[in-house]
Design a protein around this ligand. Structure first.
Ligand code: AP5
Length: 254
């Protein structure tokens, strides 16, 4: 496994540079992850980035990192966003799009990218399409992870995340070697605020209403690859690689 990129350019935005830059690839992969909250996108992102060399660009991680800023450092838009997030609601498109535009350098990274949690609505997908076109970049595929709701709720309630490096664990299915301690950086493992039952319900509703239509949006554009997200993380990872290798994205008839 390659050394993990610190993603400073993505997390901080603006002119921030990564301390450990991604290794340039001869054919950088440019992918989007879709799927309900808790389906395992972050877990797959970690495996895919380690295997294929691109960076995980998660909008949720940018907002969570903003929580660590002092009151004075937080812009009004970020303060607003944190309130939406805590309740499990989607952050307004305008805030998310500003955040992406401040990070255009990450889309141009020679290591490629894996967008996780963005786009989340059709207007966000349209804005991404326009931004990529203006940068003369093309998406390779959109990976749509699919799983029954009961399994998702089990995954979310047992999730623990490293407070420092953001690595993801599960109390029973992906436990850390030492309880409560991150395997990668020895940081403390914590439960996310939006994994509380009430916030999970709101997130699922937001997914059904705003994010599910993206499946059709990307299917129509010939970019969608649907991947069953049951089984062990490594099995799903190999399923994803197989789907990418034969990348024949689905048409409405499949
Ligand atoms: P975000 O951080 O994007 O969260 P999410 O989409 O709700 O997805 P999660 O991170 O909860 O789940 P995941 O699918 O990555 O699952 P994981 O791999 O951790 O967004 C958070 C909030 O930010 C949003 O609600 C919104 O408010 C705001 N926001 C962000 N982007 C936005 C945007 N573009 N527009 C508007 N608002 C935005 O897995 C879950 C658990 O399952 C883990 O414990 C894991 O160990 C376990 N697990 C994973 N795979 C397996 C497996 N195969 N078998 C068993 N267990 C598994």
């Amino acid at each position: 496994m390659s050394e993990k990129n610190d993603r400073a350019s993505w997390i901080k935005g603006g002119q921030a540079k990564c301390c450990i830059p991604a290794i340039p690839q001869s054919k950088p992969r440019r992918l989007v992850l879709l799927g309900a909250p808790g389906v395992g996108k972050g877990t797959q992102a970690e495996l895919l980035c380690a295997g294929l060399g691109m960076c995980q660009l998660s909008t949720g991680d940018v907002f969570r990192a903003a929580k660590c800023l002092s009151e004075e450092e937080r812009s009004p838009a970020i303060k607003d966003a944190l309130g939406y997030m805590k309740r499990g609601e989607l952050v307004p498109d305008s805030t998310v799009l500003n955040l992406l535009r401040e990070r255009t350098q990450c889309l141009n990274c020679g290591g490629g990218f894996l967008l996780d949690g963005f786009p989340r609505t059709v207007p966000q997908a349209e804005a991404l399409g326009a931004l990529l076109e203006s940068e003369q970049l093309k998406l390779e595929a959109v990976l749509n992870y699919d799983l029954p709701i009961e399994t998702i709720v089990h995954r979310l309630s047992g999730r623990r995340t490293c407070a420092d490096c953001k690595a993801v664990f599960h109390v029973t299915t992906r436990p850390p070697r030492v309880g409560g301690v991150c395997d990668h950086c020895a940081g403390s493992l914590v439960q996310r605020e939006d994994d509380r039952a009430e916030a999970v319900r709101v997130r699922m509703e937001a997914y059904d209403r705003s994010t599910k239509p993206l499946i059709e949006y990307y299917r129509e554009r010939g970019l969608l690859l649907t991947i069953p997200a049951d089984g062990k993380p490594e099995e799903i990872y190999h399923r994803t690689l197989a789907a990418l290798a034969v990348a024949q994205p689905q048409t409405a008839a499949t």
